[in-house]
Design a protein around this ligand. Structure first.
Ligand code: JD8
Length: 250
């Protein structure tokens, strides 16, 4: 998979990409990420990427020309991209399902906006889609692009070791994760749930399913309508919907 990221702050994007699982995946050639400085695609002496908004108002807008030239250069070097993603608060929500879809593409371009945003013609005639990573306001698209790269990259074959399988993972099934514990069995008088020390694998599996359902019901009940639950989980949900609700109104 080839990913090109266009930004006016290349160092802000490069540093996180060099670390951790993602850094290793790039080293190993599972992923080819290139960060491009938008200013390299300007044609004036001062490498200007922004301008004042037509109609007035505060702030600056990213000019269309450098962004179009950047994507044209990427297409010439790498071949026509499968998607040109613009990150913005106006985008469709970026979800795990969107990460899975993008992870099946071979050539991805991510455009990072800044200031008040990008000239609308970028959205209309250059980007093939517009995504938002959540309902809060960032100062620019770089962190959003990194979030997308991280979520997409880990779905590529070989990036995550089979020790940490990606199937049956929390958001894949639509449930929140169950609680995790490690040694010691008692920490500052807080004990690990005894079932996890019991060695009864079926009991442990059922306890984890129940805790995942409990948390989802308590914290993100809206996820449950679209979750795919097995028989154990459905049983847990029926029971918890009784007891937890009764607890709350008692
Ligand atoms: C791109 C500029 C900042 C946005 C004025 C200053 C995504 N979930 C998300 N929240 N925020 C962004 C995001 C914010 C951006 C840009 C993405 C480019 N800004 C602007 C409009 C209002 N501020 C995002 N994905």
């Amino acid at each position: 998979m080839q990913i090109d990221i266009v930004t006016i702050f290349p160092r802000m994007v490069e540093a996180p990409l060099a670390e951790s699982l993602l850094g290793r995946a790039i080293e190993r050639g599972l992923l080819n990420v290139r960060v491009r400085d938008l200013r390299d695609y300007t044609s004036d002496r001062h490498r200007v990427v922004d301008d004042v908004p037509y109609g007035g108002g505060p702030g600056m807008v990213l000019k269309p020309e450098p962004l179009f030239r950047a994507v044209e250069a990427i297409a010439a070097e790498r071949g026509q991209p499968d998607a040109v993603v613009l990150t913005s608060p106006q985008g469709r929500p970026f979800t795990h399902a969107e990460a899975e879809r993008l992870s099946r593409l071979e050539r991805l371009v991510l455009l990072c906006g800044r200031y008040e945003g990008v000239d609308e013609r970028v959205r209309d005639h250059l980007a093939t889609e517009e995504l938002s990573i959540g309902d809060y306001v960032l100062t620019g698209g770089e962190l959003a692009a990194l979030v997308i790269v991280d979520a997409v990259a880990r779905l590529r074959p070989g990036v995550v070791g089979d020790g940490q399988s990606v199937v049956g993972e929390s958001f894949v099934r639509g449930l929140l994760d169950f609680p995790h514990y490690t040694r010691p069995a008692e920490f500052r008088s807080h004990a690990v749930p005894p079932v996890l020390l019991s060695g009864h694998h079926q009991d442990i599996a059922r306890w984890r399913k129940r805790e995942a359902v409990r948390r989802t019901l308590a914290r993100r009940p809206e996820l449950l309508s679209r979750a795919t639950l097995d028989e154990d989980e459905r049983a847990a949900l029926r029971e918890l919907m009784d007891t937890e609700t009764k607890g709350a109104i008692r």
